[in-house]
Design a protein around this ligand. Structure first.
Ligand SMILES: Nc1ncnc2c1ncn2[C@@H]1O[C@H](COP(=O)(O)OP(=O)(O)O)[C@@H](O)[C@H]1O
Ligand SMILES: [Mg+2]
Length: 499
């Protein structure tokens, strides 16, 4: 006898009459699976972002709801999902482990340790997608986040809570800048979270080693979804990192989160969207890719009752094109950007901050007063310098004033050079800017400028430690200190021995 499928359906329907309706609505059956995504029939009470458990032990998150099926991405790559498998809705949403127990640990996006150490001892979890703090709960930017990188602290200062984008081609020192900023938070009470998205494993291993060697892992959490992980994990990683940081913020702590990088994040989401057969838009990204990053970055903030979350998202561009889709979105979401320039990097001007294309929309309000005072005119001077430099390339004869600007610019560029892993305290930065602004470097040979300034810092630190400490305490320079620094610099210039 041939059984028609409609007969079967009605038979099933009859058999299920006794089962309470709401229980039936909570389960479904996998009808199609592959590439980390599966389509499930049933689950009538499904909600976007909801969690489900699979019969064979996998777990998934609901991403798409259509009239007759639900699209689910699975969390565990190595647990197979079969067609016909039963799926059950789970209460709650996807949560990440949070808390100080995570410091020093490397975890993946689903909260499993990757460092081969003991299981996590965290006691709390936090939803990875939550609404940001309301405006009423928030405090304005009034404290600097010191990067220890003079070109940033002087020219594109970052305030606590700020979202400052680091943008540039590959190999321009984007990761290096973020890592140096983390290294500089040592002893400053800022907890750091480094989120690695879609990078190669070897690169991440090097970064973890760097953090370890500089004792920075003690106050840092690493969340990693490398390029070998599922697109879902790469998609989740920044939200997980954000929740970890947010937990610190709501507990009155200052936290800094680095997203390295959001280009890879957008690519992972694009792949997910294509798998869900959503219609692709510009550059094949789905229409909601703006919201993807907006809702992540608006969770940075500073609370009235203390606690802050600062974000350094990184975006990689191609052939200097900052007008591509994802970079322009991110530029409009963030409070400014640091543009790292291949041309400058190749010339040896590292960190390769392009001053004209970099901006900080709020950080100036939080800049340390002494640094602010001494770097006020620097931006303009560098802009004039760069303009004249372009001009001079054509062999144009320059007048005396222009020549002076170029000479001073050359010196400034030297002062702003800084090796990787070598961060300055703000007092060091004050001393450097002082030498530059008060023309103490004018007669120093260009290739001796770095030697001069670093030796000067050591000199003040050892011979004039009282003055060094006073600047540290005051965070400003009064007339008396101004005079004193002039005397010290004059004295040092006499005893300086070029290397
Ligand atoms: N300030 C610097 N001085 C010298 N070398 C640097 C500096 N910043 C980065 N580098 C080097 O440049 C290379 C690329 O840096 P990286 O941060 O990985 O670039 P990106 O993240 O932009 O691709 C690395 O080998 C790094 O060590
Ligand atoms: Mg990088």
């Amino acid at each position: 006898m041939r059984v028609k499928s409609t007969d079967l359906t009605s038979l099933f329907e009859k058999a299920l009459l006794d089962v309470p309706q709401n229980e039936l609505e909570q389960i479904g059956v996998v009808v199609q699976t592959g590439d980390g995504i599966c389509h499930v029939y049933g689950l009538n009470k499904a909600v976007y972002g909801g969690l489900v458990d699979f019969e064979n032990g996998n777990r998934g998150i609901i991403f798409d709801l259509t009239e007759d099926s639900v699209a689910i991405f699975v969390l565990y790559k190595n647990i197979p999902v079969a067609e016909g498998e039963v799926v059950r809705k789970v209460e709650g949403v996807f949560e990440a482990p949070v808390g100080e127990e995570l410091l020093g640990r490397v975890i993946n996006a689903i909260g499993a340790p990757l460092d081969g150490l003991d299981p996590l001892k965290t006691k709390e979890t936090r939803a990875v997608e939550v609404l940001p703090a309301s405006i009423i709960e928030r405090e304005k930017v009034n404290e600097p986040l010191e990067t220890g990188i003079i070109s940033v602290d002087a020219l594109v200062p970052i305030g606590k809570v700020q979202r400052e984008l680091i943008i540039g081609n590959r190999n321009t020192g984007k990761t290096a800048m973020a890592i140096d900023t983390i290294l500089n938070q040592k002893g400053k009470g800022v907890y750091c979270i480094y989120v690695s998205i879609g990078q190669r494993q070897a690169k991440l291993a090097r970064i973890i080693k760097t953090l370890e060697e500089h004792d920075a892992l003690d106050y840092t959490v690493v969340v990693s979804a490398d390029s070998s992980e599922s697109v879902l994990n790469q998609y989740l990683a920044p939200y997980v990192g954000c929740s970890i940081g947010e937990h610190f913020m709501y507990n009155g702590k200052d936290a800094l989160v680095v997203y390295d990088d959001l280009s890879n994040h957008a690519i992972a989401y694009r792949e997910m969207s294509l798998l869900m057969r959503r219609s692709p838009g510009r550059e094949a990204y789905p229409g909601d890719v703006f919201f993807l990053h907006a809702r992540l970055l608006e969770r940075s903030g500073k609370l009235l009752k203390g606690g802050s979350l600062t974000a350094l998202p990184i975006v990689q561009i191609q052939a200097d094109d900052i007008t591509a889709y994802i970079p322009t979105n991110l530029i409009s979401i963030t409070d400014g950007q640091i543009f790292l320039d291949t041309r400058l990097f190749k010339k040896g001007n590292r960190p390769a901050v392009n001053v004209e294309l970099s901006v900080s929309r709020v950080g100036g309000a939080a800049q340390t007063p002494a640094v602010k005072m001494l770097s006020k005119s620097l931006r303009l001077e560098l802009a004039q310098y760069n303009e004249l430099l372009n001009f001079a390339q054509f062999g144009t004869e320059l007048d005396e004033i222009s020549q002076k600007i170029i000479e001073r610019g050359h010196v400034a560029v030297e002062v702003l050079k800084q090796a990787q892993y070598e961060t300055y305290t703000f007092v060091d930065e004050v001393l450097l800017l002082f030498l530059l602004q008060k023309n103490f470097l004018d007669k120093v040979e260009l290739k001796q400028v770095q030697v001069f300034v670093t030796q000067f810092i050591s000199y003040v630190q050892s011979v004039y430690s009282q003055e060094y400490k006073k600047i540290e305490k005051d965070a400003a320079i009064d007339d008396a200190m101004n005079k004193q620094l002039k005397t010290i610099a004059t004295e040092f210039r006499k005893i300086f021995v070029p290397a």
